[in-house]
Design a protein around this ligand. Structure first.
Ligand code: AMP
Ligand code: GLY
Length: 418
């Protein structure tokens, strides 16, 4: 089978890598891919949201399976378009992807189907939102919900901070269609539960945890994720069962009942609070960088799983017990402004796995080309060994413009040796 992967980051590199382990795969294409992916797949110069060009390419090349990485492609309706053309594709329709693209849609569904999450109210009016926030305890959690993505989540400690965020989200909104969801503030360790979902069928993957802050000790600005690991010793088997049976499965069933059945990866961003496990957010795709530690532990043939989800059949998942821990090498300055084009050396000395997140080839040279550049995965008999392996490989990579966190996994590990 010929397979096409859509996207260009570490997540897509991990998907391509998993596909190379399947005996069913004859050839892998990736659009647009990156310099690391190019060593394992043929990169095609089409952007992830150019739906018609991607569909024409898939038809022209006789692609038997397309796998979508990024949310932007899902929100652009790539799955609907491929399905209309009779092409097999792994991912949710535009309607089902609203579980990620619209916070209000997700919150409303959780409320109606009794799925535990932070209490919330949605506002379009600035004055009403301001009065509501002023009358409640701080910190206040404010989430922008509208066409202009990227304004994200603000956790305001004071009324001044909340007011500034509400002004930006509701008064300065160019599109005039913005909404703000104001949520109760929750506390506890966060974790990610990614599940393959096909209608009512739910196949959980192994648990993982992302590290969103830029610097050691969970300090500094929020990023797309600076590292991840699996498994999670602080989440018990009972917690995991609760998350699957009371959160992920009811959500899959709710989407069927609402007439927009989900197919693809349903990502639960969950928090273990003193009051039980609650949903922080749902995503409609593989998490990044969680995927880069979860898929290396998958022993089953991933093509069987992708096809079972797309075709609505049963599948079996088998996992390797050995922990995986991965560290992001990011450009200095990220998540703010940063330079590109710095040469990376020493990749041939690495003993474990490196997934490319943002790189470009220049002849034989590999150059930095993004905020997050490389993801270095360590394996071991324990998480502590996995981290030591990852840090050894990080030290083998030479580049004058990269930084990383040394404390990935600190929720699970004793960090006094660092
Ligand atoms: P989100 O984009 O919804 O995942 O939010 C980004 C981050 O904000 C999460 O990973 C949490 O750390 C934090 N966050 C979101 N919602 C809440 C909440 N209700 N209470 C506390 N922290 C939150
Ligand atoms: N790791 C967070 C995300 O993929 O959204």
């Amino acid at each position: 089978m010929k397979v096409l992967v859509i996207g260009s980051g570490g997540r897509e590199h991990a998907i391509v890598d998993a596909l190379t382990r399947s005996p069913q795969v004859e050839k892998i294409y990736c659009a647009p891919g990156n310099a690391g992916i190019a060593r394992q797949a043929e990169c095609v110069d089409i952007r992830d949201t150019e739906v018609e060009r991607l569909r024409d390419f898939a038809r022209g090349e006789g692609i038997g399976l397309t796998v979508v990485g990024p949310e932007a492609a899902l929100a652009a309706g790539i799955v609907d378009s491929f399905r209309e053309a009779g092409l097999r594709i792994f991912g949710p329709t535009k309607a089902a992807a609203r579980i990620e693209s619209s916070k209000e849609f997700a919150k409303d569904l959780m409320a109606r189907y009794g799925i535990p999450t932070a209490g919330y109210r949605a506002f379009t009016d600035y004055e009403a939102a301001r009065a509501y926030v002023a009358a409640r305890p701080f910190p206040a959690v404010l989430k922008y919900d509208g066409l202009a993505a990227g304004k994200g989540v603000v956790i305001a400690q004071t009324m001044e901070e909340a007011d500034e965020a509400l002004r930006q989200m509701l008064l300065d909104d160019k599109f005039g269609e913005g909404k703000v969801v104001v949520e109760d503030f929750l506390e506890g360790p966060e974790f990610s539960l990614l599940c393959f979902v096909s209608g009512r069928r739910v196949w959980p993957m192994v648990l993982s945890q992302d590290h969103k802050r830029a610097y050691d000790g969970d300090k500094g600005p929020n990023t797309g994720g600076m590292g991840a690991y699996t498994p999670l010793p602080f989440i018990t088997a009972d917690d995991e069962r609760y998350a699957i049976e009371r959160i992920m499965r009811p959500m899959a069933e709710a989407m069927v009942a609402e007439g927009c059945p989900f197919a693809g990866v349903l990502y639960g961003g969950l928090m273990k609070t003193a009051d039980g496990i609650k949903v922080i957010e749902f995503n409609a795709r593989f998490g990044d960088p969680e995927t880069e530690v979860v898929l290396p532990r998958l022993k089953s043939d991933i093509v069987d799983i992708f096809c079972a989800v797309a075709d609505g059949r049963d599948a079996q998942l088998e996992w390797d017990d050995r922990p995986a821990l991965g560290i992001v090498l990011a450009s200095k300055g990220y998540p703010g402004s940063y330079e590109k084009g710095h040469e990376i050396k020493g990749l041939d000395k690495v003993e474990g796995t490196v997934y490319h997140m943002g790189t470009k080839a220049d002849g034989d040279r590999i150059l930095t080309a993004g905020g997050r550049v490389l993801f270095v995965v360590g394996r071991g008999a324990t998480l502590s060994e996995a981290r030591a392996a990852a840090l050894r490989d990080v030290a083998r990579i030479e580049c004058d413009n990269l930084f990383h966190r040394s404390d990935i996994g600190h929720w699970a590990l004793d960090d006094k040796d660092l």
